[in-house]
Design a protein. Structure first.
Length: 348
């Protein structure tokens, strides 16, 4: 049983590892030669394939430790490693800020009771794991994602691409639009295939700020809607010269009658800063206009989706009726906006 605390299933998004006597046996600066601890890398690769990220927080010489990770062929497994002499709790804070993940989605693995206690005192939200207990601890349900989609095994690469974008943007001296134009973004929209449904279900559960209704849909519900002649289920994906963002948008349209109804519209928060929040919505509006139909949309105020409400207003929707926090919006299809000039739109 976990001696610290037990979060809910799939709550751990990133595991942060100590190095000396945790990732490897021995103390690098004292022993010179160290050997990987049996089974540790297997755990890391297993969780990596499930979409769980990994990083490092180690009191060590940065250059020496990074060289050793490189020699062992492990450097690419760890995102934004923090190796130095500051408190490991501060290292975890820095990693969380860089990856834009909550501290309660982190686990920290160390062999020293002092370090685990310091973490508990400074950032109690972080799950703590003694290095001697990883064979049991890392199989607990909080380390098993609720969703394992076709994107899970590529999650590390997508985050690495985002870190590269952030680094370039921090040094860019032009305007925001000039930077976005340099990304060479390609936005694709296509009818959902069965292979998309696990990620689609995940999007409905995990997306809060850019979810128009807050409703979640199961795999089976989405599969039935995908095959329904009366519905249109669209999936959007985004990539740029740094790599793929994955599937980042989902729209569910109920067709028929004078008006089409947009029953669900959501976008992943990972693209909030990319200026593409209206592209999928604009495509749905264009499809409705070309079909000779009007377009209405369900919107439910959840307290967290104000950004989606602004997106609708910016795209020409106005409030038609309201009952408590449930709103019906109606679109003005007479003047549709083109996608931003820095995005190439491809429709399948």
């Amino acid at each position: 049983m976990d001696p610290y605390h037990k979060p809910k299933r799939g709550s751990i998004k990133c595991v942060v590892w100590d190095l000396d006597n945790t990732l490897w046996d021995g103390v690098l600066l004292e022993d010179g030669e160290v050997r990987l601890r049996p089974g540790v890398v297997e755990h890391i690769r297993r969780l990596d394939a499930l979409g769980v990220l990994h990083s490092v927080a180690s009191r060590n010489d940065h250059a020496t430790a990074m060289a050793k990770l490189r020699d062992l062929g492990l450097e690419d497994l760890f995102l934004h490693p923090q190796i130095g002499w500051n408190a490991k709790s501060e290292s975890v804070r820095r990693i969380a800020a860089k990856l834009n993940l909550g501290l309660d989605s982190f686990a920290f693995v160390d062999d020293q009771d002092f370090e685990l206690a310091e973490m508990e005192f400074s950032v109690p939200e972080v799950t703590r794991v003694n290095a001697l207990e990883i064979d049991t601890a890392l199989h607990r349900e909080e380390f098993l994602p609720r969703f394992v989609s076709d994107e899970s095994a590529r999650r590390r690469a997508m985050y690495r691409g985002q870190l590269a974008r952030d680094a370039e943007e921090s040094e860019f001296t032009g305007t925001s639009e000039e930077f976005l134009a340099g990304l060479e973004m390609r936005f694709t929209i296509a009818p959902a295939a069965r292979a998309d449904l696990q990620r689609a279900e995940e999007l409905t559960v995990r997306t809060n700020q850019l979810n128009a209704t807050g409703r979640t849909y199961s795999y089976d519900e989405l599969d039935a809607l995908r095959e329904s002649e009366d519905h249109l289920l669209l999936v959007a994906a985004l990539e740029d010269r740094f790599g793929s963002y994955g599937k980042i948008g989902l729209a569910l349209v109920e067709k028929g009658g004078e008006d089409w109804w947009l029953r669900m519209m959501l976008m992943s928060c990972r693209v909030m800063s990319r200026g593409v929040g209206t592209v999928l919505l604009g495509h749905v509006m264009e499809r409705a206009r070309d079909a000779g139909a009007g377009l209405r949309a369900d919107f439910v105020e959840t307290g967290r989706n104000r950004m989606m409400q602004i997106t609708y207003a910016f795209s020409g929707f106005r409030e038609f009726s309201r009952e408590g926090d449930r709103v019906v919006l109606v679109a003005d299809l007479s003047q549709l906006q083109d996608p931003p000039g820095y995005v190439r739109l491809e429709v399948g």
